[in-house]
Design a binder for this molecule. Structure first.
Ligand SMILES: [Fe+2]
Length: 258
């Protein structure tokens, strides 16, 4: 039970606990999650699972993205030595961090090319829609903050509130890094996935701009020191991530992820 949490943790958290070994492709299939009998019939768990099912039906790619971000955010929190309660908050909230996208029209959500400025403004409302959609769950405030603030930026140019630096809750700053790293290394209709090296280069470039600079460095350190990533052919040695060695793409876009 999370302190201040009035409901038991959702069964979906077992996907990232223990040992953060969850992987959709490693033994557990999405369908299994929904055919398993619920451990509890509480309103919270039923509502939580219903939201996940809705997201799966509407936008399976975003559902998978939410799982990977959850895994990466929890892994990062453990790397940082954060307490278990923070991992649970990250686990619950990140599974639903993009739930608000179910309120975005197909024409924008599934647009096979880059969004216009007007369309971007519309999709940015997914943080506010998400906050509304989880209102009845009575989440821990820090969980709601992740859903609401995972697109805020360190330099204050993010959304929805334009918070800056440590005004942005720590767990939201952690989630932002996990979110963008997954977005960059995933396929998009309008571009190929970035190799790990290139994605970490983007994060390095955005340290102190989009991301908390200290957390960005720690995230890069975590990814580059992970045995799994180290074996990735595109994974760089940390010393190779100096700005002078990075071929940066045009980062004039205010956000690295939708
Ligand atoms: Fe998002």
């Amino acid at each position: 039970m999370i302190p201040g949490h009035t409901n038991p943790l959702p069964p979906a958290l077992s996907e990232v606990q223990p040992g953060l070994s969850f992987s959709l492709s490693a033994g557990q299939h999405l369908e299994d999650i929904f055919t398993d009998p619920f451990q509890s019939t509480s309103n919270f768990q039923e509502s939580f699972q219903a939201l996940l099912r809705t997201l799966t039906a509407r936008d399976p790619a975003t559902r998978h993205h939410c799982h990977r971000v959850t895994q990466q955010a929890c892994r990062f929190a453990r790397f940082l030595g954060l307490p278990e309660k923070d991992l649970k908050i990250l686990g619950t909230a990140n599974l639903l961090h993009d739930i608000g996208k179910i309120g975005i029209s197909d024409a924008i959500l599934f647009k096979p090319s880059r969004l216009t400025a007007e369309e971007r403004l519309i999709i940015e409302t997914h943080t506010l829609i998400g906050e509304k959609l989880v209102e009845h769950l009575e989440l821990h405030p820090e969980e709601t903050n992740i859903i609401l603030f995972h697109h805020e930026r360190w330099d204050g140019k993010g959304y929805p509130q334009g918070l800056g630096e440590e005004e942005i809750p720590l767990l939201s700053r952690i989630s932002a890094l996990a979110d963008v790293f997954d977005a960059l290394t995933s396929h998009r209709p309008y571009r190929s996935p970035f190799p790990v090296r290139k994605a970490l280069g983007e994060i390095q470039l955005q340290a102190g701009k989009q991301f908390d600079p200290h957390l960005a460095q720690q995230f890069i350190h975590m990814v580059t020191s992970c045995p799994h990533n180290a074996s990735h052919p595109s994974a760089p040695h940390p010393a190779h991530l100096r700005k002078s060695r990075i071929r940066a793409r045009d980062t004039s876009s205010p956000m690295l992820s939708r």
